[in-house]
Ligand binder design. Structure first.
Ligand SMILES: Nc1ncnc2c1ncn2[C@@H]1O[C@H](COP(=O)(O)OP(=O)(O)OP(=O)(O)O)[C@@H](O)[C@H]1O
Ligand SMILES: [Mg+2]
Length: 213
């Protein structure tokens, strides 16, 4: 369980600080909706450790996350686009998820298995800039698989996709979350995404997260 209790933060010049309280469970997608500018990306930046809160707590299965710098947090992030190095092959991009010093044969085997798991066997040698938007998101998910971090943060990850690859990528996120027991936090203002994916929902309004039924 990822638990935020009264996590406070204010951007420079912001008079009423955000105060975020939420719970997100393993194997589930927790969706965050809210108007543009309401603070959804700020919330993800706090979880990832790119922003430092001024008060409150954040724990993962009871362990304090706030003491960890961003690179040590058990968190992966997937943005709307531009998450791949365009001039590198799919294989190379996925391999970036492996720990440094992984042996060549093992790396090859793990990358191939991850690409197969996201439904992209055979694109390994293609450069990222020759892949479709949906394929790129899948390659990014394969990299996330190899990183093997329990918290996955998704910031509007499907908005650049057409309806068909949107539905397919959505289904993939849901099945990977369940299969690997990820705690997936999805920011989206797309009602279909939330309906298809979310086990829990919060709406961000006036600096607070409201739990939705
Ligand atoms: N680095 C920053 N410095 C000052 N203000 C910021 C900074 N980053 C974001 N803000 C402000 O904080 C508010 C929340 O921004 P945030 O990006 O979290 O919103 P959002 O809900 O993700 O919006 P969107 O749906 O458009 O992506 C906005 O008013 C924004 O202008
Ligand atoms: Mg945002």
């Amino acid at each position: 369980m990822l638990a935020l209790e009264d996590l406070a933060y204010a951007h420079r010049g912001q008079t009423a600080p955000y105060r975020f309280s939420m719970h997100a469970a393993s194997g589930e997608v927790t969706a965050i909706s809210g108007p543009s500018g309401s603070g959804k990306s700020t919330l993800l930046d706090l979880i990832a450790g790119f922003l430092v809160p001024t008060a409150g707590t954040m724990t993962l299965d009871g362990a304090d996350l706030l003491v960890l710098p961003p690179e040590a947090r058990p968190v992966s992030i997937l943005f709307q686009s531009e998450t791949l190095f365009e001039h590198l092959t799919a294989t190379h991009n996925v391999a970036l998820g492996l720990p440094r010093g992984t042996a060549r044969d093992e790396a090859r085997r793990k990358v191939d298995a991850a690409l197969a798991e996201v439904g992209l066997p055979g694109v390994g040698q293609q450069r990222a800039d020759t892949l479709s938007g949906g394929q790129k998101q899948r390659v990014a998910l394969a990299r996330t698989l190899l990183r093997n971090r329990p918290v996955l943060l998704l910031d509007e990850p499907f908005s650049a996709l057409d309806d068909e690859s949107r539905a397919a990528t959505r289904a993939l996120v849901k099945s990977l979350t369940a299969a690997h027991d990820w705690i997936t936090v999805l920011v989206s203002h797309h009602k279909d995404d939330i309906a298809a994916l979310a086990a829990r929902r919060y709406d961000l309004r006036e600096g607070r997260l409201l739990s939705l039924p």
